[in-house]
Write a protein that binds this ligand. Structure first.
Ligand code: PGA
Length: 273
């Protein structure tokens, strides 16, 4: 049975006070969802707000108990070295040091603006796993690639590169997010059936690479203009196990209905008691 995951990528938004207000509003909202089959919920603020977010999560878990058990804080990026002369970077162990559990790897904005490559995505994925962080590995084609009919080829290559040198047990611990670049922040949603087709193809690619059914248990998320109005249909698809949400994760009133959508799928999949 696969987990459902709803992750919020806050990108370069929210200062400390705003981050605290948003994480509190989201978690207080989740605490009202007692009785729902909640998905895993991962909130990914900017680096500077991570310690505060981790502390806020901890204290709200103490306040509300079990209902927040599936809530986590993650980072949007990290370096793959353990430490060293890498000015401006953050090491994986520094994330776990403050209680983080997840990290987004290879987001298309990192690939586009910060020269990340399939090779660096692989190094970061391996470093995350070595540090017991769950890597949310992002893949996705550009509009040019889609229009040239290259979607499947590009995604297969990104997936295969990201997983290089991972063994079967390691790969079982990753999460993949399919985020078509042309659908990110544009309001242009990828049709649910097409997103489902690609998510399924990602799963099949991993199974082929490992000659096992290892990917049947790996959550594959969709990201790209996910909104409260799109989530229900997305969560009804066979192979979309959750969402990586940008813009709509910045307001609790948008993100909470998306979490509810995830709860609907979680119940359907029977992943929680
Ligand atoms: P969006 O961003 O929901 O604003 O399209 C998604 C993402 O970049 O992860």
């Amino acid at each position: 049975m696969r987990k459902t995951i709803i992750a919020g990528n806050w990108k370069m938004h929210k200062n400390q006070a705003e981050s605290k207000a948003l994480i509190t509003a989201v978690l207080e909202g989740v605490s009202q969802m007692k009785g729902e089959t909640l998905p895993d919920i991962v909130l990914c603020p900017v680096f500077l707000s991570l310690p505060l977010a981790a502390e806020t999560l901890k204290s709200l878990k103490e306040k509300h108990g079990e209902v927040l058990n599936t809530c986590y804080v993650g980072a949007q990026n990290m370096d793959y070295h353990e430490s060293g002369a890498f000015t401006g970077e953050i090491a994986p162990g520094m994330l776990t040091d403050i209680g983080l559990t997840h990290v987004i790897i290879g987001h298309s904005e990192r690939r586009q603006y910060f020269a990340e490559t399939n090779a660096s995505v692989n190094l970061k994925t391996r470093a995350a796993l070595a540090n017991k962080l769950v890597p949310i590995v992002c893949v996705g084609e550009t509009l040019d690639e889609r229009e040239a009919g290259l979607t499947d080829q590009v995604i297969r290559r990104q997936v295969a590169s990201a997983l290089e040198e991972l063994d079967k047990d390691q790969v079982a611990k990753i999460v993949v997010a399919y985020e078509p670049v042309w659908a990110i922040g544009t309001g242009k949603n990828c049709e649910s059936t097409e997103a489902n087709r690609v998510c399924k193809m990602i799963r099949e690619t991993i199974n082929e690479l490992y000659a096992t059914n290892v990917a049947d248990a790996i959550p594959v998320l969709y990201g790209g203009s996910v909104k409260p109005s799109t989530i229900v249909e997305q969560m009804e698809q066979s192979d979309i196990d959750g969402a990586l949400v940008g813009g709509a994760s910045l307001k609790a009133e948008d993100f909470l209905p998306i979490i509810k959508g995830g709860a609907g799928r979680s119940k359907l999949m029977g992943t929680r008691a």
